[in-house]
Design a protein around this ligand. Structure first.
Ligand SMILES: [Zn+2]
Length: 226
């Protein structure tokens, strides 16, 4: 890592970034001001090595981003809940991505049975993923492989938490989007791995308990259909 960068260099970098953008497109910032209509909501880890837009090759305006420790989606967390609600109801994103990464410090901490103070309630989300999949995880004797698998299962469970949300179920039933995807970034190789979460199957299965699609909005739209 380059530790020689100074605080001031950030502003110098910003100036050259502006110039590069204007050289490529003189109206770049005029277009940016007009508004955003991203097709993707990306929910990833805060880890400084997992840069959302850069690893996707995405440009400004293309991805709505939320990041927290270990890419957790919890219904009591107003931050991620508000981001998803806004992205689905107002931006009408077509895809929601949960992206974890191998070597995740948050997942590692959750595998360590000790008191982590204020981090405890947050890590509880990931410890619960371990408990849900304890049989499978305990059968993996190689610690790195067990760690990698928990990263994947954590992504999968956070995808399920998103699919439990009323706004996601309603929009999907009426418009066949958004689709929820689970990814893992492998920083050992740089690869982005699609876990191929079966969105429709999960939605069908969880609706036995979490069917939240009887809102007035959905019912009135359904009644309009021939
Ligand atoms: Zn992480």
């Amino acid at each position: 890592m380059n530790n020689s960068k100074t605080y001031e260099s950030i502003f110098e970098n910003n100036k050259s970034w502006i110039q590069n953008k204007l050289n490529a497109d003189a109206d770049f910032f005029k277009k940016l001001v007009v508004g955003q209509s991203p097709e993707y909501l990306y929910i990833g880890c805060s880890d400084s090595r997992v840069t959302a837009e850069e690893l996707m090759g995405a440009a400004p305006g293309e991805v709505f981003v939320h990041r927290n420790i270990a890419n957790v989606v919890n219904s009591l967390d107003m931050n991620s809940t508000a981001v998803i609600e806004y992205a689905v109801r107002h931006l009408k994103v077509k895809h929601i991505i949960v992206c974890g990464h191998y070597g995740c410090g948050g997942v590692k901490a959750a595998m360590t049975p000790e008191d982590m103070g204020l981090m405890n309630p947050w890590l509880r989300n990931i410890r619960d993923v371990y408990r849900l999949h304890q049989n499978e995880l305990d059968e993996i004797s190689d610690e790195t492989k067990r760690y990698d698998r928990l990263v994947e299962l954590n992504v999968q469970e956070q995808c399920i938490n998103i699919i439990k949300m009323a706004c996601v179920q309603e929009r999907y039933i009426l418009e066949q989007f958004p689709i929820v995807h689970g990814w893992v970034f492998d920083m050992r190789t740089g690869n982005l791995i699609d876990l191929n979460i079966d969105f429709e199957e999960i939605l069908k299965n969880i609706q036995k308990i979490y069917d939240l699609t009887n809102s007035h909005w959905v019912m009135s739209r359904r009644n309009l259909e021939p």
